[in-house]
Design a binder for this molecule. Structure first.
Ligand SMILES: [Zn+2]
Length: 201
């Protein structure tokens, strides 16, 4: 059984949003088109309280993209983004969510960030996504969405670790940087994930 995981296809991550991924909007029609190829479609949403510690605005004297240590791990400080219930956190207009059976929200604990759709960055809390997929009999997962070298990559790496056959849909994601995208693809294949483009589905 094959599942598509659509990661963080939210207004703040596309042009016009506060943490825009260049050309992030271009993947919307691709993701709409491929959904019919899957038995199950789920989505994740970055879903932060206003006082989230990944926001530079919550660290007086720090700037966006500075790094700090948070809960024992290196943390990049981001612009405020995907605040619970605000427009930036909503799915991108045009994303066809009719077939999305479940939505997994992450980054809700103010003290810790969560790039992966499965666990927070310290692996202290699970979102329930792994158990949900296993409960539905899923063995293969295909990952797409935003951003390629952060939430999509970490979702894919956790899927591999949980024992799913994992595919990273290269043309259904966009990265913040070319270098980040290259490194993400390398890391993914090194860990046993597979690269694919949507025409191969
Ligand atoms: Zn976030």
């Amino acid at each position: 059984m094959k599942a598509l995981i659509v990661v963080d296809l939210q207004n703040d991550f596309v042009p016009g949003g506060s943490l825009a991924v260049p050309r992030g909007n271009e993947i919307v029609p691709v993701i709409n088109k491929i959904q019919e190829k899957f038995d199950l479609v789920v989505a994740t949403q970055d879903w932060h309280p206003k006082n989230h510690m990944s926001f530079a605005s919550n660290h007086p004297g720090k700037n966006v993209y500075d790094t700090i240590v948070l809960a024992g791990m290196e943390q990049v400080l981001w612009p405020d983004h995907c605040v619970q219930g605000e427009k930036g956190a909503m799915f991108v207009r045009g994303f066809d969510e009719r077939r999305v059976e479940a939505i997994f929200r992450k980054g809700t604990d103010p003290e810790i960030d969560s790039y992966s759709g499965f666990f927070d960055n310290g692996r202290r809390k699970s979102t329930g996504l792994g158990d949900y997929l296993k409960g539905r009999g899923v063995s293969q997962v295909y990952v797409c969405g935003l951003a390629a070298e952060f939430c999509v990559l970490y979702t894919a790496l956790d899927a591999i670790e949980l024992g799913f056959e994992t595919y990273y849909l290269e043309d259904a994601t966009r990265a913040l940087s070319h270098e980040g995208f290259r490194e993400a693809r390398e890391q993914l294949t090194r860990r046993g994930g597979r690269l694919m483009v949507s025409d191969q589905l």
